[in-house]
Ligand binder design. Structure first.
Ligand code: HEM
Ligand code: HEM
Length: 588
């Protein structure tokens, strides 16, 4: 309190252009704060933001895991730079790891071994860095799914979604450049694959490879270059984008789940200070702690077992880091020999499709999702209340379909491991995957959509007839019936807190003078997509239906009078439900 009022007073003094002394004499911290505020004017902004309210839900911590694991990456990464030597200069290893003594290797590999065996806490830092990288990218992906499945990417958060997609891309590249640095057999195999992918680019491929490697592969420049990309270029861009991501988050305010008292206009939650800051701070230490335990107890990337890179060797069962697995999987199942020769240039479809075409296409599709959805629905309203996945069956199904494609491609990346563990032929796995990668996503789409629609139907059942109690009663006529009791007020609110779907329809194709309306073809497409998107969705019951069900329930209760639990007739009272007949404002 006292700091607040002091900051306030000094602000007034500055804006009046006077240097009048403040009412009470500030302590050293207060003076410093006033001094800084006179020059930076941060007090007003800080005051507003410290009172900022954040809604609470477990799924909102996924973005935080990404944030805190990134901080761990920065901290451990800086430690590693103190000892890591990004040089391809050739030396003979003479360090303390017995089995590799006398073996020729690059200085970067030798320094990685040095960090692992001779630097105090070095192996812990390396392993923490590597585990943090795996967790960073995993948490980003699950966070992305949370955002997509709840419709949080709708207006006005589309740009933050796009920034998120860029973060995912850069995070993946950062991971790849990172595990290429030690120059062990596994990382060298990855770099050689990257060289092959570059060279598969039509026309410019060999020039690009020559530029990146500073001549023929592997050359002497690649590790120092990847090092600068890894410790300076990408972290710099990541930091800037994460800052933009957070600023937009504060500007838009966080979304919230619908519930009593929560509207599109307010945010219900805890203030930044003291509650949210304490929770977030505590959560940082938990993420740090988990990564430290993993780094301390679980071995990851034991480069001394792989040995130094040698272009003539590839270990059996080499696997990239998990997030690189899916393009590798596509590469493993694509039929070989798909090539076209045009004007003497070879176009290698078998490399281009799985690496240069499909993954970038997936990224573009991902980035465009909110824009495509917004265009089809014609919905231009701001959305701050989240949707349950079942209430957007087509969106949910599209996401599950994309996940299935990703999952199958990822599993194909481990075809050798699956073959060994399950004692299968690698060819059988390859043939299976070639079919599954097309059929799986379609099937997943269909099942998910039907599943969501069934859940919607189930919700309506609960609203109209209450929940099944499991109590079976027998009427005087001998008929058996299950007792239904009304659901709780909060559940009733949650189930009705959604808008009706409005199918987009095209007006007349021609105007009064018979002139074709502009874009009528695209408008027709939009209307068709919109009706496909919403078809079969179950809309929430109307007020009339609810009242009808309510009277029916009361009637039943009267009939069953004398039973020990009277049926609560107030389930559908007005104040307990969101107005079910509310028609959302729509601006096409
Ligand atoms: C470096 C990686 C990332 C960090 C550190 C990060 C961090 C965060 C945090 C802390 C939040 C608020 C808490 C929460 O909703 O979980 C958030 C929200 C958000 N993030 Fe991320 N995120 C990252 C990547 C992504 C990705 C990959 C996407 C999607 C492609 C994304 C899209 C969003 C959106 C749209 C919101 C607003 C959600 C809402 O208000 O409900 N972010 N992010
Ligand atoms: C999103 C951020 C980052 C990711 C995903 C990431 C990922 C990785 C990975 C997977 C490795 C291989 C580790 C191993 O040897 O097992 C690595 C190595 C390394 N990283 Fe990072 N890193 C990130 C940020 C940073 C930053 C900010 C720095 C330094 C400022 C840094 C410095 C290093 C160094 C020096 C190595 C080589 C040391 C070694 O391999 O033992 N990293 N990184």
């Amino acid at each position: 309190m006292s700091t607040d009022s002091r900051i306030d007073t000094s602000k007034v003094a500055t804006s009046n252009g006077t240097t009048a002394a403040t009412a009470s004499k500030p302590g050293p911290a207060g003076s410093l704060a006033s001094w800084a505020d006179d020059r930076l004017g941060l007090a007003t902004a800080m005051k507003k933001n410290l009172r900022k309210v954040f809604p609470d839900h477990w799924s909102f911590m996924l973005g935080e895991i990404a944030l805190w694991s990134f901080v761990v990456l920065l901290l451990t990464g800086v430690f590693l730079t103190l000892w890591f030597n990004p040089s391809m200069g050739h030396i003979t290893y003479e360090g303390s790891y017995d089995q590799l003594r006398g073996v020729g290797m690059s200085e970067s590999m030798a320094s990685t071994l040095h960090i692992s065996f001779d630097v105090r806490g070095g192996l812990l830092m390396r392993q923490m860095h590597h585990w943090a990288a795996a967790i960073f990218i995993a948490s980003m992906m699950v966070h992305l799914l949370r955002v997509a499945f709840t419709g949080a990417y709708r207006k006005p958060r589309e740009l933050n979604w796009v920034i998120g997609c860029l973060l995912l891309l850069l995070g993946t590249l950062e991971g790849f450049t990172g595990y290429s640095l030690p120059d062990d057999l596994l990382s060298g195999t990855g770099v050689r694959a990257a060289d092959g992918f570059l060279k598969a680019t039509p026309v410019a491929g060999s020039y690009m490879s020559f530029l990146l490697f500073g001549g023929e592969f592997p050359g002497e420049s690649i590790i120092p270059r990847l090092y600068i990309i890894h410790v300076l270029l990408i972290p710099g861009i990541l930091l800037a984008l994460i800052a933009a991501h957070m600023l937009l988050l504060v500007y838009h305010k966080h979304t919230q789940w619908p519930g009593p008292g929560r509207t599109e206009q307010n945010v219900v939650g805890f203030p930044m200070l003291p509650v949210y800051a304490a929770k977030a701070g505590g959560f940082f230490f938990m993420v740090f702690g988990v990564i430290a335990i993993m780094g301390g107890l679980m071995s990851i990337n034991p480069v001394w077992k792989f040995g130094p890179y040698d272009p003539t060797k590839v270990t059996a069962g080499s696997q990239p880091d998990w997030y690189m697995g899916w393009p590798d999987g596509l590469l493993r199942i694509i039929p070989t020999g798909w090539e076209t020769v045009i004007f003497g240039y070879t176009i290698s479809w078998n490399v281009m499709l799985p690496i240069l075409i499909v993954p970038p296409l997936m990224l573009v599709i991902l980035m465009l999702l909110p824009f495509i959805e917004g265009w089809i629905t014609g919905d231009k309203r701001d959305h701050h209340l989240l949707q349950r996945p079942r209430n957007a069956p087509t969106r949910t199904a599209v996401m599950v379909s994309l996940m299935t494609f990703y999952g199958l491609a990822w599993a194909a990346g481990g075809n050798d491991i699956i073959a060994i563990k399950l004692d299968l032929s690698i060819n059988q796995i390859t043939y299976f995957m070639r079919v599954a990668i097309f059929l799986g996503p379609l099937l997943a789409f269909w099942i998910t959509r039907r599943w969501c629609i069934s859940l919607q139907r189930h919700d309506n059942e609960k609203l109209l007839h209450g929940y099944e109690t499991g109590i079976i009663t027998r009427s005087p006529e001998g008929a058996y019936a299950e007792r239904h009791l009304p659901i709780s007020e909060t559940s009733a609110y949650t189930l009705t807190a959604r808008d009706r779907d409005e199918v987009y329809s095209v007006g007349s194709d021609t105007d009064a003078a018979g002139v074709a309306a502009p874009n009528s073809r695209s408008e027709r497409l939009r209307a068709r997509l919109s009706s496909w998107m919403y078809s079969h969705n179950v809309q929430k019951p109307t007020r009339a239906e609810l009242e009808e069900a309510h009277h029916h329930a009361e009637h039943e209760a009267e009939l069953q009078a004398g039973l020990d639990h009277p049926v609560d007739g107030h389930q559908f009272d007005d104040h307990r439900l969101r107005d079910t007949d509310e028609v959302p404002l729509r601006d096409h």
